[in-house]
Design a protein around this ligand. Structure first.
Ligand SMILES: C[S@@+](CC[C@H](N)C(=O)[O-])C[C@H]1O[C@@H](n2cnc3c(N)ncnc32)[C@H](O)[C@@H]1O
Length: 293
């Protein structure tokens, strides 16, 4: 039976729906970008015929299905904390006729105990450690489940780059005339994800290197990509209905919660034309880490 929106857990709901704001164009553009990330993660993993890959926090299977398509003799263990996403991935695997090369394990990155030590050749993970409080323990688990000579390949956004924004900047847009109102909306997000303690914001590329070295990876590589560039024009409705991650409200929800009706109108009247014209600056940083045991 098809799951309805209300029955899915927050991870499933966000990955399948809320990250795209219900916009097919945005979904297409996001997936094109993610496919490039997937290819790079898999290249760094140096996956060979006949090997077993564990994808931690597999979601709807971006990396895992990419690995299965690379070789008809590769086996993949899909693992995630979301049973809904594992079920979703399993039904895709069935339709693709690759179920015999898949295993599905519900476990957090910090405790992969359903998987034996030295059981896999490759561990991959994309945008999962940002949700993990004890990242050192997750690296410990990655090292434990890998065979000698096994490879780890990771991609993570470095979300603390460019934060905190100055009071007159909201999500990269200069909102000086409505800065006070914008601060109230920012407050909703800052309360949910404090800069100094939220797992999504409390680490950078150097921490990732340290985590890998400390658990004993003998070779560690890291590539940091930083971009500061003009924003693209966005569809306002999409921007309103998109949530940046599963743990935070959409802009529409945050505005509703933080502002009085008059403030909402002032804020939206100012921000909307900037967003639609792409008059802002994007600041982003991402890291690829790959390592050998
Ligand atoms: C941003 S999604 C990425 C999904 C997938 N890796 C991809 O590349 O599309 C984050 C995933 O991490 C999973 N997740 C969240 N906390 C986790 C944890 N502690 N351990 C393992 N997976 C976790 C979520 O269920 C979700 O599937």
């Amino acid at each position: 039976m098809e799951m309805t929106k209300d029955q899915r857990d927050i991870w499933c709901e966000w990955l399948l729906q809320r990250r795209f704001g219900g916009d097919a164009e945005r979904m297409k553009a996001t997936m094109e970008e993610l496919n490039r990330v997937r290819d790079k993660v898999l290249e760094h993993a140096n996956l060979r015929d006949g090997e077993t890959l564990l994808d931690v926090g597999c979601g709807d299977g971006l990396i895992a299905f990419g690995a299965l398509k690379r070789s008809s003799t590769v086996h993949v263990i899909f693992s995630d904390v979301s049973q809904d996403l594992l079920d979703h991935a399993q039904s895709i695997a069935q339709k693709m006729g690759v179920l015999d090369r898949c295993q599905f394990v519900c476990a957090p990155a910090e405790d992969l105990s359903p998987i034996q030590g030295e059981a896999v050749d490759v561990v991959t993970t994309r945008s999962v450690l940002i949700y993990v409080k004890d990242k050192q323990q997750a690296f410990c688990e990655f090292h434990r489940v890998l065979k000698a000579g096994g490879r780890l390949s990771i991609f993570e956004p470095i979300n603390r780059f460019g934060l905190p924004e100055p009071p007159h900047i909201f999500w990269g847009y200069d909102v000086t005339p409505v800065a006070e109102i914008a601060q109230k909306v920012k407050g909703i997000y800052q309360q949910l994800q404090p800069l100094d303690s939220d797992p999504m914001l409390d680490f950078d590329d150097r921490d990732l290197i340290a985590f890998a070295e400390q658990v004993g990876f003998r070779e560690v590589h890291l590539e940091l990509q930083i971009e500061i560039k003009p924003k693209e024009k966005v569809n306002w409705e999409t921007m309103l209905r998109t949530a940046g991650n599963p743990k935070i409200p959409t802009l529409e929800e945050a505005v509703q919660e933080a502002l009085l009706p008059g403030e909402r109108e002032t804020f939206v009247t100012y921000l909307r034309p900037l967003a639609e014209a792409g008059q802002g600056i994007t600041r982003s940083a991402v890291a690829y880490l790959w390592a050998a045991k």
